[in-house]
Design a protein around this ligand. Structure first.
Ligand SMILES: NC(=O)c1ccc[n+]([C@@H]2O[C@H](COP(=O)([O-])OP(=O)(O)OC[C@H]3O[C@@H](n4cnc5c(N)ncnc54)[C@H](OP(=O)(O)O)[C@@H]3O)[C@@H](O)[C@H]2O)c1
Length: 279
């Protein structure tokens, strides 16, 4: 019997790409969104309104769904609680399998602080009794150029390596899992790019391939907190941002895996590929 698929986050980048890939193949989708006025209108798809933290609306939005692609929520102080509510709503609605966008190296003691949220979310899914597949994405390649502020990528990353992955490869990998979910039950994929690079190398490549001139500046942890103070963000968020760099320094975002190619049948995009395509 054909599974009924819901894709969340379809008003955003990754969820939107996943929804478009599957809709173009004629797969009927349910699209739970926060703002129906910004929803994509795809052939055969049904838009339903909810937000993860609303248990009743989410259970209603997921009624009749067998297979759920769950994009992690936007960063917030109690993101794990928000995720747990949505997972509980999925269980209540009768969802049988969740495919969740986690983070490379998700662990309760991950240096990248948001990687801890992802581990606790994974844990809640593992204990839910539903089948699961985790897509543990590395940092998105697409955000690497945006790390620069005033032409400088600054942070305590040292010479650490980063095997960032393109959002397009995450979306293609997700679509591959959603097409044949039973083959991926109980598997965590580690989605990385084809190579690892230092932030100094990334800055040099951005300078070579785009109109921007960018350099990397290593910072101490304290300097990194101070250089981000002007954003006025809460302390936990600033620490989370800075932990991206300390995780890179410790080699926790460096691993290159064959998982994207195994799932999609094609070599993942490199930073050069991405910058060349955009320029
Ligand atoms: N690996 C990385 O480098 C990296 C970087 C940034 C983010 N992330 C994580 O990866 C996720 C997907 O990335 P993306 O680039 O596709 O993000 P995005 O473009 O910001 O899209 C996020 C999607 O999730 C929806 N969403 C967020 N919080 C929600 C909530 N509480 N309840 C219901 N829907 C919610 C958003 O809805 P609205 O349109 O209503 O906001 C949007 O559709 C992000 O949400 C974030 O958790 C990873």
């Amino acid at each position: 019997m054909e599974q009924r698929i819901a894709v969340t986050g379809s008003t955003g980048t990754v969820g939107g790409q996943v929804a478009r890939i599957l809709a173009a193949e004629g797969v009927p989708l349910i699209l739970p969104v926060r703002s129906p006025d910004r929803a994509q209108h795809l052939p055969e798809s049904i838009v339903r309104q909810t937000t993860y933290a609303d248990f009743d609306a989410s259970a209603e939005a997921l009624a009749g769904v067998d297979l759920l692609f769950m994009v992690s929520a936007a960063e917030e102080a109690d993101r794990v609680a928000t995720h747990r509510t949505f997972i509980d709503a999925a269980k209540e609605a009768g969802v049988r399998h969740i495919v969740y966008t986690s983070f490379l190296g998700a662990a309760p003691d991950a240096t990248f602080l948001l990687g801890r949220d992802h581990w606790y979310t994974e844990e809640h899914i593992r204990r839910s009794g539903m089948s699961w597949t985790f897509l543990r994405d590395n940092l998105y390649l697409d955000v690497v150029p945006a790390l620069a502020e005033d032409g400088v990528i600054r942070g305590p990353a040292g010479n650490g390596l980063l095997s960032a992955v393109a959002q397009a490869d995450v979306a293609r990998s997700a679509a591959a899992v959603l097409r044949a979910p039973d083959a991926h039950v109980g598997t965590a994929y580690h989605l990385t790019g084809p190579e690892a690079f230092t932030l100094a190398e990334a800055a040099a490549l951005i300078t070579e391939l785009t109109p921007a001139t960018v350099r990397f500046e290593d910072e101490t942890y304290e300097e990194a907190l101070a250089s981000r103070a002007h954003h006025g963000a809460p302390r936990w968020l600033v620490e989370a941002w800075v932990s991206t760099y300390t995780a890179i320094a410790r080699g926790e975002m460096a691993g290159v895996t064959p998982d994207v190619e195994r799932l999609t049948g094609r070599r993942p995009l490199s930073l050069r590929d991405l910058l060349t395509a955009k320029s």
